[in-house]
Design a protein around this ligand. Structure first.
Ligand SMILES: Nc1nc2c(ncn2[C@@H]2O[C@H](COP(=O)(O)OP(=O)(O)OP(=O)(O)O)[C@@H](O)[C@H]2O)c(=O)[nH]1
Length: 318
């Protein structure tokens, strides 16, 4: 996972930069120390010859940084020829030329190379680790999301699973009473499907699931697979007109042929008004009766149980 920074163009550029900076440090140190040595030599020459000449251009001699300028300062003196001057100066200059500039420059350049290399290495590693941490965080987040969806969804169809459906049924019953709105529950049986393991059965179940899921679109609607061949639609704030929807679902499934075989569903639907009677157990019991009726009558049909809102005593609870 850690990227190979040895071969990347960025790392090559960094290596070149380190080399360039190190060479620059080497050059600056080498010539700096060299020029310091020369200045020391110049001062030594000046002291050595001053007792031999009478008229010295002290201003020029004082400012002299190299041998040439120093010679200018003493040049007008008759007593000191150029040859004499250089024969005096050369040994002093030689004695001041040492390996010190080279040594210091090598040490400085080497140190700069090592320090910059370490710094770039560290910052490169930090960047790489940040990237790795970020990608691991993303993976973790995706796994958590997948896990969360697995907890509430059915493996085969992707609809809500039985457990999530039960929780939501309880929640929606309480909400319907609190908000004084009707609640509709449909139980749907996939007709004439043997088992749920072979690929043909699984394909049919998935096809039915897709039709059910795409038929509902209101906020709070929930489609679930609650048994091998059994589905549920939980429809909050939905009134007694729901059989119209149920009939339409039967029709859509009928029209969806799988491998030439007829496909059909039976639907029991029940709409309950908000009252103390509206509980998960009661609405489930009612809708079960409706579904059993539909199946017992040969399937591929809708049976509805509704309550007349005028018969229901209205109560509120949390
Ligand atoms: N909860 C819910 N109920 C629906 C939905 N579609 C239809 N129904 C119910 O089925 C009844 C008849 O459906 P439709 O013939 O499509 O009537 P509709 O009034 O055009 O339905 P909407 O456009 O969803 O309001 C509606 O009165 C609702 O009770 C839906 O997506 N969600």
């Amino acid at each position: 996972m850690i990227e190979n920074r040895q071969t990347s163009p960025q790392s090559q550029l960094q290596t070149i930069s380190i080399c360039v900076v190190s060479v620059l440090v080497f050059i600056v140190l080498f010539f700096g120390v060299r020029s310091y040595e020369e200045r020391v030599a110049v001062q030594a020459i000046r002291l050595a010859i001053e007792h031999r000449v009478d008229e010295v251009n002290y201003e020029l001699a004082g400012e002299a940084r190299d041998i040439e300028t120093l010679w200018q300062a003493y040049g007008p003196q008759q007593e000191l020829t150029e040859e004499e001057f250089y024969s005096l100066a050369d040994p002093i200059v030689q004695s001041h030329h040492t390996f010190l500039p080279l040594l210091i420059a090598l040490m400085g350049g080497g140190l700069a190379f090592v320090m910059l290399g370490m710094w770039l290495n560290m910052s490169g590693r930090t960047r790489t680790y940040h990237k790795v941490i970020k990608s691991k965080e993303l993976e973790l987040q995706q796994s958590q999301e997948k896990l969360a969806s697995l907890v509430v969804s059915d493996d085969l169809t992707g609809l809500a699973n039985d457990r999530h459906f039960s929780q939501m049924l309880n929640t929606e019953c309480r909400r319907a009473v609190r908000e004084f709105s009707p609640l509709t529950l449909m139980l749907i049986n996939a007709d004439k499907i043997e088992g749920a393991e072979d690929s043909s059965a699984r394909q049919k179940l998935c096809q039915i699931a897709t039709i059910l899921e795409s038929a509902i679109s209101r906020p709070g609607d929930l489609a679930a697979r609650i048994g091998d061949h059994r589905f549920a639609l939980l429809l909050p704030a939905t009134n007694e007109q729901s059989p119209v929807l149920a009939e339409r679902l039967c029709q859509e499934v009928r029209e969806a042929h799988t491998e030439g075989e007829a496909l059909s569903i039976s639907i029991g639907t029940c709409t309950m008004q908000p009252s103390v009677q509206l509980t998960a157990e009661n609405i489930l019991a009612s809708v079960e009766v409706a579904l059993n009726d539909a199946v017992a009558n040969g399937g591929d049909q809708v049976r509805a149980r509704t309550e007349d809102p005028r018969d229901i005593p209205v109560t509120f609870s949390n």
